[in-house]
Structure formats: C-alpha cells, structure tokens
Design a protein around this ligand. Structure first.
Ligand code: PMP
Length: 394
C-alpha cells in the first residue's frame, strides 16, 4: 500500500488535523474490522475449550501473537501481551530477583513509566543512577557507560524520546551492557510505531512497547524478553502445566506469562495493525516522517518568539517536535491551535517532569507529533497558526 493512500482508512482525519500521535495514534478501519470480526463471528475464550469456536479463536490468537513478535524481530525470544508499555516495564521491575545493593542505570530523558518503577525499587534497597543529558537534551553515551558499575543489574533507556523525538543508539548501548554484565531494557513506546525495530539486532534483554501508539487498540502492548527469566506478574488460569492443592508447575512456554483471559480482540487488532504497517513498509513510514519532521522543525524554528526544544540534542529523530511560544503557556497555545485551526497537539510536561525541569521548561512544551496519515499541508497549517499565535503574543 502507498502511504499517500492510507488516509481514507482514518475517518478522524477528515475534519481534524491530528498531531498527537505520540500520545496515541489513530486506528485504521481494517484494525477495527479485525476486532469486530472476532467479537461477532468467532468469539470464544482461548487456550481452554475444545469446541469449534474455541479452536478458531485459539488459532487466531496464537497467530496474532506470533505476528506481533515477528514485527519486532523477536522470533527467538518470549513475547507477553501487556496492557501497555507501563505494564511491560512494571513486569520487569517486579519480576527480577533484586538483591539489596543492586543498581539500576537510567536517564533523565525517560518517560515517568521508565523512571518511577526504578525509583520505587529504592524501597527494596536498590540504588538508581540517573544519567543527565546536556542542557539541550543530548545524551553522551560515555556518561551512560561511566554510570555502569559492577553492581548494576539493569540499564533501562528509551529508544526514542517522547519529548524531543531524538533516537538513542540502543545497539551501541546494548554492546556496552553486554560487556559490563548488565541487563538492558529498551522502552520502545515511541520507536516501534515509527522506525523498523529488530530486537535481535539491537541485542537488548527486554523490549517494551504499546499497541495503541502503532495503530492498534488501546489496552494492548507487549513485553519481549530474550530469555524468560522473570517471575510472572500474575499466576492463575491458563499459565500452568499442572496444579494441585500443594502447589503448581508453571507452563514452560509463553503461557506462563499470560495468566487469565488475554485481550483476544485487542491482540488480533494489534496484529492487524502490525500487518497494516508492514503493507506500507516501515522504511516508507520512516522516510515519510523524516520529511515531515524536517519541515516542521525548519518552519517552527524560523518563527520569531518560537523556540524548538532540543534542536541540538541529536540528528536521528522521529516525528515528535516540542516547542514553546514566548509569553504563552503551552496549554493556551494548544487550545488556540484547536479552536483556530482544528489542530490537535499535546501540551504540558508529557509525563517527563524531571526532564522538563532539567531543560528549564517547568510549564512544559507544546508537542506536535506525526504519523503515516499526516500530510505536508497539515504541517503547514500548524506552522501558519503558530505564527499567528506568536505574533499576537509578542
Ligand atoms: N515510554 C514512552 C517513551 C512513552 O512515550 C510512553 C507514552 N507516552 C510510555 C512509555 C507509556 O506508554 P503507555 O501509556 O502506553 O503505557
């Protein structure tokens, strides 16, 4: 499918300029149809019954699971479907056998979902080392390397910043972690929808992502593990090989991590979303967004009274651009963009309060983010409206 032809699958784009895909993407008709088909035509629980619908539903669910795993190049590891990235990261924080004195290295670029779970581990005697980027938001890999000590059990870093859009060299970081004997978790919430991801090539131990940011339904995401070395978050129905009143033996495969009825429709929808992205091609998605991002950054940076955050933070970027308008609160700018031009953007701290403090932006920023359905004309409307707003503000 040509990327230019996808817009009719997203009815919301008819009336609105949706530039908030980093918060959650729109979802195309084929994804909704795949979920409706399950609910209306072959709805049954999975991995349990032997009747005909249970068989169909189980096969479709397993196929969807495999397709999602393959989308991130994860065939050699274990995938568990989670509600979102936050739950996936939480499962790692809860599932590793931490000892007092262990350390975690993370960065100040992180979303709260990749920071708070580690801070909470302090209650269990785990120390957290937070690597600070420079004043513009650029991270020196040498600083990250220097923070890793013998006691460091885990390094947890975002693949792409949800504030600045910068992409981190996770392959290089994985190599450092391997050399230093630390496990490596990648927060792929912002990368999986926008750049080709291959977890085997990255060489990480855990990879976390959200379905709702990559055209899939809300309430879906994934945790991929190189080895199934975590204690499961939950135990119960569907996750065992055998159980008696004395105890239980967990299933050897992926089922051990999916106790209880999984989000069947959601997983089938997420697999359809992955197939949709594959039909377009992730390289084409990347090229499309690189073009839009360059236009967005150039257009905004040229405006008087407008500052693009993290301009020098790195050149490898996804379509996420944060900016401020002099003399105006980001929420005010976002509200006017909506009212004046039906342009929908995010404003505030983007669940990255420590980063905002570090960048000297306590009120946060306005954030525009693109996806496959975004057009050049929409970017130009955003820029023209921000120009109007900034003229009024000056
Ligand atoms: N990490 C990053 C980098 C994100 O952008 C987000 C979502 N904004 C999350 C984690 C959390 O994702 P979710 O809300 O789907 O759990």
């Amino acid at each position: 499918m040509r990327i230019e032809d996808c817009r009719t699958d997203f009815p919301i784009t008819r009336d609105l300029i949706y530039l908030d895909s980093a918060a959650t993407s729109l979802t195309p008709k084929p994804v909704v149809q795949a979920m409706v088909e399950y609910d209306l035509r072959y709805r049954a629980n999975v991995g349990r019954g032997v009747h005909r619908l249970a068989n169909v539903a189980t096969h479709r669910y397993r196929d969807a699971h495999d397709a999602i795993k393959s989308f991130i190049g994860g065939e050699g590891g274990t995938l568990t479907i989670t509600r979102n990235t936050t739950e996936a990261i939480g499962a790692v924080a809860a599932g590793l056998d931490w000892k007092k004195g262990d350390r975690v290295v993370t960065t100040l670029l992180e979303h709260h979902s990749n920071l708070l779970p580690w801070l909470r581990l302090r209650e269990r005697g785990v120390a957290v080392d937070i690597v600070r980027p420079n004043s513009d938001g650029g991270l020196e890999i040498a600083d990250l390397e220097a923070a890793i000590r013998d006691e460091t059990r885990l390094v947890a870093v975002t693949h792409a910043s949800n504030v600045l859009g910068t992409v981190l060299p996770v392959r290089e970081i994985a190599g450092i972690c391997r050399d230093r004997g630390a496990k490596f978790l990648v927060d792929g919430a912002q990368s999986t929808p926008h750049i080709p991801v291959d977890v085997a090539a990255i060489g990480c131990d855990y990879f976390c992502f959200s379905g709702h940011k990559m055209l899939g339904p809300t309430g879906t995401g994934g945790l991929w593990m190189r080895r199934p070395d975590l204690e499961p978050l939950h135990v119960g129905g569907g996750s065992i090989e055998s159980a008696s009143s004395d105890g239980y033996t967990l299933a050897p495969g992926e089922e051990r991590y999916e106790a209880g009825t999984p989000p069947v429709a959601g997983t089938i929808g997420l697999a359809r979303a992955a197939a949709y992205l594959r039909e377009i091609g992730m390289d084409a998605v990347r090229r499309h967004e690189e073009r839009l991002t360059a236009r967005l950054i150039d257009g905004l940076a040229a405006l008087d009274g407008v500052t693009v955050a993290g301009l020098d933070a790195g050149t490898d970027r996804i379509g996420v651009v944060s900016f401020t308008v002099e003399g105006m609160h980001p929420h005010e700018v976002a509200q006017i963009l909506d009212e004046a031009s039906a342009v929908l953007v995010r404003s505030g701290h983007h669940c990255c309060q420590p980063l905002m403090e570090h960048l000297g932006l306590p009120d946060g920023t306005v954030r525009a983010s693109t996806y496959i359905y975004t057009t050049t004309e929409e970017i130009d409307t955003l820029i023209a409206t921000v120009e109007e707003i900034s003229r009024r503000a000056i």
